[in-house]
Design a protein around this ligand. Structure first.
Ligand SMILES: *Cc1c(COP(=O)(O)O)cnc(C)c1O
Length: 499
């Protein structure tokens, strides 16, 4: 096969190392040819450049035909692990099935082809979809102010903390400190720091809850807010969360709830009822819109009445005569945080999910998610160490404490799961426990799948007890890449073939 490649191309005879690549894949390496293209466009005639624009003769795009590009990207997609190809119990990320009905709705031409600069009179239906989504999010959380703008959870955190910052500013308060739980997602302290705050960490007790003594000791009128994830990243609902909120309000501080774990409580409790002032909602977690490779997600925020005055613009309002408008004239708004109104395609998908389930169905989904996580915990905690006693919420936290005695760690267990055709759980997060394995099955998995996962996990624990370290350290063996430098892959990605 490889001989053929050289005879049909004018590349030098020395062959690249193509082992493990398919024939067409090998052909693609460095295939860019100047002048080859997927589209045939007329040369530009009489186009006027706008002020500040410069004409470039060369933009350095690779020369590839359409089939070459299609094969490249489809092949890359097949190398990936996806919720569409297997069980994906990635804790905190809520990798639930993305119903195809959502996709069908988002692809309706009249919705998919709309342009954000169209006149509002021509997109009343679009605005109504956004208005209805705002209403659902507000109803489910009990918080009246909604902004659909933020592009993801972390962006929602930033918007929410900017709203809090603005509220203090308008009230003439100079507050410098934001409290963050030590079990928080890294985006919480990062966000508070971006808003100029000093971070004070509040520890978690042995039972997995907020250390009330430390919290009360940290509380004073220099505190702007407490960023707390509830249910928390250790998988528990803090029973004293209302008391925490009350104590914050007593000193004029706000309660920022990281809503990434909303899937555990939708329809059961409204965050407003336990004192939340601001919360972000990850539509790509709780409401089944796709996560994508880091996006597009969508991270709307909901806020209490008092903070509604500071929400980003624009948001949709409904006039008495029934027509909808993008409101931009809000005196104390923090302003625009992005172009246009947000990831509209995600709004359609989330609303489609809500209508398909109905209020009772959303509640049922949360209950099933919690039941599935507890089932896993009950079936595994004799073999894996559970640092906090259940019942848990929609994810269960285990550690590698028992396996470490045999030299096998969380990473080895995770990589071995890949060999069994499953995506690993979240590893080494939250940081508060050593060797964390955060398992979130979601409601969309069948009992058979969950039983299979339990069987595999029990099998892995037995093999670990047998001390077969070599086998564990080798895994994964069947993937295109073995153990990669994950930080390096994210920070310094190599995006070109053959380098
Ligand atoms: C996912 C997550 C975030 C961030 O959300 P993104 O949409 O990924 O930006 C924040 N906090 C927690 C607890 C999360 O799980």
């Amino acid at each position: 096969m490889q001989q053929n490649i050289t005879t049909h191309t004018n590349k030098p005879a020395s062959l690249p190392d193509n082992r493990g690549l398919r024939f067409d894949e090998a052909l693609l390496i460095d295939r860019s040819e100047q002048g080859r293209t997927g589209v045939d466009l007329e040369p530009l005639k009489g186009t006027k450049l706008r002020t500040g624009q410069k004409k470039r003769d060369h933009v350095g795009l690779p020369g590839l035909s359409e089939p070459q590009v299609i094969r490249h990207f489809v092949r890359l997609s097949q190398k990936n692990f996806a919720i569409d190809t297997g069980f994906y119990p990635l804790g905190s990320c809520t990798m639930k099935h993305n119903p195809r009905l959502n996709e069908k709705m988002a692809r309706l031409p009249k919705l998919a082809n709309i342009h954000p600069l169209q006149d509002p009179s021509t997109m009343q239906g679009t605005l109504e979809i956004m208005y209805r989504l705002q209403t659902w999010l507000s109803t489910l959380t009990g918080l009246p102010g909604v902004s659909l703008n933020p592009a993801a959870g972390a962006h929602g955190e930033l918007a929410g903390m900017m709203v809090i910052h603005k509220a203090h500013e308008i009230k003439g308060r100079q507050r410098k400190v934001v409290l963050v739980s030590d079990s928080a997602h890294g985006t919480n302290p990062a966000t508070a720091a971006m808003c100029g705050y000093t971070i004070k960490t509040i520890p978690t007790t042995e039972e997995g809850f907020v250390d009330m003594e430390a919290f009360e000791a940290a509380l004073n009128d220099d505190v702007a807010a407490f960023m707390l994830t509830n249910p928390s990243t250790v998988g528990l609902f803090d029973p004293r969360v209302k008391e925490i909120a009350d104590k914050l309000h007593e000193v004029g501080a706000y309660f920022y709830c990281d809503g990434a774990n909303f899937n555990a409580i939708v329809g059961r409790v409204r965050p407003a009822d336990f004192g939340v002032d601001v919360m972000h909602i990850n539509l790509h977690k709780t409401f089944s819109t796709p996560h994508g490779g880091g996006g597009p997600g969508s991270g709307p925020i909901v806020v209490c009445q008092e903070l509604s005055d500071y929400l980003p613009i624009p948001h949709v309002i409904r006039h008495e005569d029934g027509h909808f408008e993008l409101e931009t004239n809000i005196e104390h708004s923090i302003g625009r945080i992005r172009a246009f109104s947000g990831h509209f395609g995600m709004f359609i998908r989330a609303l489609s999910y809500m209508y398909a389930h109905g209020a009772d169905g959303l509640k049922q989904a949360s209950e099933d998610a919690v039941l599935n996580a507890n089932y896993i915990m009950a079936q595994l905690k004799d073999l894996y160490h559970a640092p906090f006693q259940g019942p848990c919420m929609h994810e269960c936290l285990l550690t590698d404490k028992h396996q470490r005695q045999h030299g096998i760690e969380t990473m080895d267990i995770a990589k071995t799961l890949i060999e069994h055709g499953m995506h690993p759980m979240t590893v080494y997060f939250p940081l508060v426990v050593k060797g964390a394995m955060l398992i979130e099955p979601t409601e969309s998995e069948s009992k058979e799948t969950i039983d299979h996962f339990i069987t595999i996990m029990r099998h892995i624990a037995t093999e670990a007890a047998d001390g077969n370290i070599e086998m564990f350290k080798q895994n994964p063996i069947s993937t295109p890449r073995r153990r990669v430098d994950e930080v390096g892959a994210a920070r310094k990605p190599k995006l070109v073939w053959g380098e």
